[in-house]
Design a protein around this ligand. Structure first.
Ligand SMILES: [Zn+2]
Ligand SMILES: [Zn+2]
Length: 70
């Protein structure tokens, strides 16, 4: 039996999830930045909003640690 060493995943730092910022078109104004001639208060006229998306870490597949062989 091989010796295995549990290491915290360097990609997600042991959380099993990676947060990434995703730019999306603002659903309130449809990306124009304005609603009925007024600055959209959802995106503040930017036309896009930033969402933080949590994804399962592909390196450790969500377990938060990796196994390293000695
Ligand atoms: Zn990970
Ligand atoms: Zn908007």
């Amino acid at each position: 039996m091989a010796e295995m060493n549990k290491q915290p995943c360097p990609e997600c730092h042991g959380t099993g999830n990676i947060a990434s910022d995703v730019q999306e078109e603002c659903p309130t104004c449809g990306g124009s930045g304005k609603v009925l001639g007024q600055t959209c208060n959802k995106c503040h006229g930017m036309g896009s909003i930033t969402l933080t998306e949590e994804k399962t870490c592909p390196t450790c597949k969500g377990s938060g640690y990796i196994l390293e062989k000695y």
